[in-house]
Design a protein around this ligand. Structure first.
Ligand SMILES: [Zn+2]
Length: 565
């Protein structure tokens, strides 16, 4: 059995790839029966998987060791050729869409492949190629500006993420100063952050207009492959959040204030939850993984087989080390049918949630690895996060293994954070609708709008007179707003669905698992609403869903005596 370290990387021959694909597409057009086209599609899909496998290996190995010069160069190569691969994929889509055997192909591969292909070609045209490059360049400018932060704090020079522990310190004065240092960086760079965003909004609007859309909003939805819901439905969801979740979050903040024995929470107090600190896993990384072995063995036969598969092939890189990139992710190496999990364990509560979260993604892609086309390996992002956030809740009974006497404390903070995230998430979404539906708004008008939105969804916020935040600057720290427009509501929609798995599993564990397994096996074979139906989950867009789910969540939270934490 091959282990991850033995998976061989070879730089793809991109010119050869393009030539071969074009030749195959010609053969596809010439085929005089459907079987002929199916045979060619099989070869084309394998060619694509070969490229994707190399591109993923390159990405993974670069993030494991960003100082490795070999993979650094290879990544540069991949970044360069990616637009060319995209262009050739678009050609492939156009070819299959105009097949003379289209309806036979649809019964073989499913209509969704063709809907996705149609959607994809509506978001791309050669005439926006330069605009796309410009958009990428501006996103990179934002990322570099954020990464360039050098902040003097605690006699050290720190970047923004290194400030995090200080921003959550149990010393209130340190928390306050660290937050002011963090947002002070944003404030000092406000005009540059405004300029970059202005230009991003302009270039995105230009692309939308060139492609025949009134605003970027429509194009943004298409880029996110939202095939069965629209702006109006998202608005219905946001209104439910305002009516049913915001009041509960206000109550939770009051409880937190009491727990902390304070007069009122300032913005820098919000992530400080307990006088005794957050719960932490009671062992080192190897211990955590051995507990995970036990957990996945007990959870189900399927997760047992899966987790052994991952461990035996060494498809997990979990512990933080020098040179490793930040964050956590799960990806998929097509030719080896192998998911890969990456994280940065650092001794906090997040070590356990990142593991269960990424295992949720990995278990889904593993369960749907026999998908007939690569387009069905993963669902769209609002659905994909159900697998990950759902797994976080389905593993609740085992949290005592990781946190020992703090199991209840973990479950409390996990649920509290999950609920409190939603109003912020919909704020980010509503803001972007305003921005792209009003592309000529000035930076000051945008700031005023952000503040107005905060007052609706996050009314408890107290910025303690800090002018940059009082005047609506907070959103400039949210990378998604700059780099991945409209990618945010996804997390909140998925959270509502993941809560349903918590509720289901509290009522009937077996039923909850059966539904979850069905959802994982389906992978990306259906759209968001189609997948919800398949797994028997309520749509967050439907009036009443948010109210019904949060009622149960609130009852659970109310039942906990948090004064003992
Ligand atoms: Zn995720």
């Amino acid at each position: 059995m091959l282990k991850f370290k033995d998976y061989e990387y070879k730089r793809p021959d991109i010119e050869g790839y393009k030539k071969e694909v074009r030749m195959l597409l010609e053969q596809f057009k010439q085929a005089d029966n459907v079987q002929g086209q199916i045979d060619v599609m099989g070869v084309l899909i394998q060619k694509y998987k070969d490229f994707e496998t190399m591109s993923e290996l390159c990405y993974i190995r670069n993030t494991i060791d960003t100082t490795d010069e070999f993979y650094d160069k290879e990544l540069e190569f991949m970044d360069e050729v990616l637009p060319e691969v995209e262009a050739i994929t678009t050609e492939y889509y156009k070819t299959i869409l105009s097949s003379k055997f289209r309806s036979e192909l649809e019964s073989k591969y499913g209509t969704l492949l063709f809907t996705k292909a149609e959607n994809k070609i509506q978001t791309f045209d050669d005439k926006i190629l330069d605009d796309l490059k410009r958009e990428n360049k501006l996103s990179t400018e934002y990322r570099k500006l954020i990464a360039s932060a050098e902040i003097s704090f605690d006699n050290k020079t720190l970047n923004l993420s290194q400030l995090t522990p200080y921003r959550e310190s149990d010393d209130r004065d340190i928390r306050k100063r660290a937050n002011e240092a963090y947002f002070g960086f944003m404030k000092n760079n406000r005009s540059e952050l405004d300029r970059i965003y202005d230009e991003l909004v302009a270039v995105r609007t230009t692309m939308a207009n060139k492609l025949g859309y009134d605003s970027f909003t429509e194009l943004g939805y298409k880029r996110m492959e939202r095939l069965d819901y629209n702006q109006d439905m998202v608005k219905v969801f946001r209104n439910q959040v305002r009516d049913y979740i915001v009041p509960i979050c206000n109550e939770l903040r009051e409880r937190q204030t009491k727990r902390l024995k304070m007069d009122g929470l300032k913005y820098y107090d919000e992530n400080y939850r307990f006088l005794s600190g957050n719960p932490i896993p009671k062992g080192d990384p190897d211990w955590i993984v051995s507990k995970a072995d036990k957990m996945y063995k007990e959870l189900s036969e399927e997760t047992d087989t899966f987790f052994k598969f991952m461990r035996e092939r060494e498809l997990l890189d979990l512990v933080t080390k020098k040179g490793k990139a930040g964050g956590g992710y799960c990806t998929y190496i097509a030719n080896n049918e192998a998911p890969f999990i990456f994280s940065n364990f650092n001794g906090t509560l997040g070590d356990v949630t990142v593991l269960t979260h990424e295992v949720g993604h990995a278990f889904q892609v593993y369960s749907s690895r026999d998908a007939i086309v690569p387009e069905y390996n993963w669902p769209t992002s609002e659905s994909a996060e159900i697998h990950s956030m759902g797994m976080e809740f389905l593993t609740w009974p085992w949290m005592d293994e990781f946190f020992l006497e703090d199991g209840d404390k973990f479950r409390y903070v996990h649920l509290e954070e999950g609920l409190q995230f939603i109003p912020y998430g919909v704020s980010v979404d509503e803001f972007q609708h305003y921005v792209y539906n009003n592309p000529t708004a000035t930076p000051d008008e945008r700031r005023a709008k952000w503040r107005e939105i905060e007052n609706i969804y996050l009314p408890h916020l107290d910025y303690d007179g800090y002018d940059y935040l009082e005047t609506g600057g907070f959103w400039q720290k949210q990378a998604h707003i700059y780099e991945m427009p409209f990618y945010y509501i996804d997390y909140t929609l998925a959270q509502i669905c993941a809560f349903q798995y918590l509720v289901k599993s509290l009522e009937n564990k077996e039923e909850a698992w059966t539904s979850y397994l069905k959802l994982c096996k389906a992978g990306g074979k259906d759209t968001f609403l189609g997948l919800l139906k398949l797994a028997d989950l309520e749509s967050p867009f439907k009036e009443g869903t948010v109210e019904n789910i949060t009622k149960v969540i609130k009852a659970w939270l109310d039942n906990v005596d948090d004064s003992k934490f």
